[in-house]
Design a protein around this ligand. Sequence first.
Ligand code: PDD
Length: 287
Amino acid sequence: MTRIIYVNGKYKSYFDALIHSEDRGFQFSDAVYEVYEVKNGQLVNARLHMARLSRSLGELKIKPPMPENALYCVISETVRRNRVQNGSVYLQVSRGVGPRNFLFSAVKTQPTLVCYARNLDLVQQKKVFERGIKVITHKETRWARCDIKTVMLLPAVLAKEKARAEGADEIWFTDRDDIVLEGGSSNAWIVKNGNQLQTHPVNSAILCGVTRLTLIDILRKYSMKLIERAFSVSEALQAEEAFITSATSVIMPVVSINGQRIGGEGAGPVTKMLREVFYSVAEMDLL
Ligand code: PDD
């Protein structure tokens, strides 16, 4: 459990880590976030997460709360104070506090920065990898700028809850032509013809996942073919393997879509291989 949370310059105990009621993150979801993986005391893909955070802030015209190297120090100290060796860091920046007004240009605000870190149950993660996850598809209900990592997550919250109620672990958002866009909190992949990997191209319909970028580097390194082209649900059902990627799940095999089995039992050989080499290709920074 998270014990210490960084809020605007102070490290607070869990129950004292409070945000103002007129924070625009709370009122308008006027905030962005990042989730970083911590592996063996190292921060995974920090540079790529920082670049995406900076892009998200820029797209929404939110002032960066501090320079990148200072953010890194906050993350490092938060991880240290929570004694996290393997887990995740959550970092959120909102536009700040001000009298409720749709126009952000009409209120003077200072960004609110929150950071916490928590440990992950590696045994449980391994178990999930071995059994694989079940996915159900869900028509897209989000806004048209899914490339920005905002905290406006209610469509994913509701869809994931529906998945849970139906005995599944993740949802894949689909467009009106049954094209798979991405997961509720992950990117979606399929494997075809032995070593061809297909995933949705980067545009405003999906988040450019940092784990996705590492996977592309792995494919390059191992001379595997990347197909950045959208696939339909029926194409996915015919694939040899399917999996999701995210900072918290890394790579997780998908064993069924809408109750229909896909591939063989558990993780397929390509999914296993990608998982095994992942940290030898990802950028790792000491905390
Ligand atoms: N989610 N797509 C969506 C909609 C996501 O929310 C995420 C990550 C990803 C994968 O991105 P990355 O590989 O950079 O983690 C794709 C995080 C983990 C979350 O919201 O908890």
